[in-house]
Design a binder for this molecule. Structure first.
Ligand code: PLP
Length: 415
């Protein structure tokens, strides 16, 4: 029976291959239609002769190292934190994360030994996760330890045990809302347990990458508990470094990013900032403030994104349900936001799915990339990025992905 099905799928596969398609579901980029949503932002400063921020500093000139107050307020409201605890940076939160790790390596964290002077530095990496996080820790020679994700967030029994036992573990990567790639939002219990961690390393830091804090696809989006409200209960105020950005709100690569942290962390960071730059791009901060006005403006804008994105997510999920559902060869989550769908196929089949997809002209995120060192020990995870392709192309790409998944799994089953 399997062989008959394989024959049928092989035939379909060859027919499609002959069409010479070129479909791309590899990177989580907004589509052109989404970018259009923010084009008016380019005009908000026009005809505005007074480009002073509310403290009177001219945004066209040097000054205000940590961000104009109105931008702090906007991003503070957006991520539900006190503007006092925010530093506004440049165009990329990834850059801020890299910088945080670099600073910990060379200068140490708040008076502790610089990590580069230690024999071993390790980081916990919830998997599957964001490839670029893993690239940063790999770059600095930090040993990465996989921690499996559960539907509620990282496996906290494992996290608690490891950080308590091993002082070489200096941090953990977290994407707490609509995680990349699974779209999982950490449950209240997980956030509480993270805030309550009792690590052996005094300079243990949680990188709380809230990249998708306002990126709901539906009106009943997930709610993430505010970790900064919980940390004081456990005297852990200094343990979390949160980052966010407007990359997938306005323009990726041309947005505004921010760090959110305790008074102690902010003071330590500011000391260095004055050496690093004279000031970030306040014109862009102004542009964002004037375009959105406040967090309600951001939320209204995100509804427009959702209107474009939701049908694409639905399209992929429908294909998965219709073509792979109930067959016992694949599983996935149905995210309420974020940028990705994570597909787990039968162990040992993901790389083959990637190869087959490539043959029929569908580009996926490199299989394995969702794991440290690009190595998925089960060879099962595939990251689907539905945002960029037009919906008719996505329709075809998702269909092909399902065919390739079935083919790879049958190949494995029939040996
Ligand atoms: N963090 C996560 C979890 C992401 O998925 C991405 C982009 O895909 C980024 C950060 C990059 O953000 P930025 O453009 O602000 O550097």
């Amino acid at each position: 029976e399997l062989l008959a099905l394989k024959k049928e799928l092989d035939k379909e596969f060859e027919e499609i291959k002959a069409q010479g398609l070129a479909l791309d579901m590899s990177r989580g980029k907004p589509s052109n239609a989404q970018l259009e949503l923010s084009m008016e932002m380019m005009d908000v400063l026009k005809g505005n002769s007074d480009l002073k921020c509310e403290t009177g500093v001219d945004c066209r000139n040097y000054g205000v190292i940590d961000g104009i107050p109105e931008a702090k307020r906007l991003l503070g409201e957006m991520s539900e934190v006190d503007p006092e605890h925010i530093i506004i940076y440049g165009n990329s939160s990834l850059n801020v994360m890299f910088d945080s790790i670099a600073r910990s390596m060379t200068q140490g964290v708040m008076g502790n030994t610089p990590w580069c002077k230690l024999d071993k530095v390790k980081f916990l990496c919830p998997v599957p996760g964001y490839d670029r996080h893993f690239k940063i820790t790999e770059f600095f020679g930090i040993e990465m330890i996989n921690v499996p994700m559960t539907p509620q967030g990282p496996d906290m029994d494992m996290v608690e045990k490891l950080v308590a036992e091993d002082p070489a573990i200096k941090g953990i990567w977290c994407v707490p809302k609509y995680s990349n790639p699974q779209g999982i939002t950490f449950s209240d219990e997980v956030v509480e347990r993270i805030a309550a961690l009792n690590p052996s390393a005094e300079d243990f830091r949680i990188i709380w990458d809230n990249a998708y804090c306002v990126h709901d696809l539906t009106d009943d989006g997930d709610k993430l508990a505010n970790i900064f409200d919980i940390l004081p209960k456990y005297n852990n105020e200094d343990m979390v470094i949160e980052v966010c950005s407007t990359a997938k709100i306005t323009f990726p690569g041309a947005g505004v990013s921010a760090i959110i942290a305790s008074d102690n962390n902010i003071a330590a960071i500011k000391k260095r900032l004055n050496v690093e730059t004279i000031s970030y791009d306040k014109m862009n901060q102004q542009r964002h403030v004037q375009f959105f006005k406040n967090a309600d403006g951001v939320r209204a804008h995100m509804k427009k994104h959702a209107k474009i994105l939701k049908p694409k997510f639905d399209m992929v999920i429908n294909h998965l349900e219709k073509e792979l559902g109930g067959k016992g060869i694949a599983s996935w989550f149905k995210p309420k936001g974020g940028y990705f769908i994570s597909l787990d196929v039968m162990n040992g089949c993901a790389k083959r799915v990637g190869e087959l997809c490539k043959e029929v002209g569908v580009t996926l995120t490199n299989v394995g990339a969702t794991y440290p060192y690009g190595y998925d020990y089960d060879d099962k995870n595939i990251r689907i990025a539905p945002s960029y392709p037009p919906i008719d192309e996505l329709d075809m790409a998702a269909e092909l992905l399902c065919i390739c998944t079935q083919l790879a799994c049958i190949e494995k089953l029939v040996g």
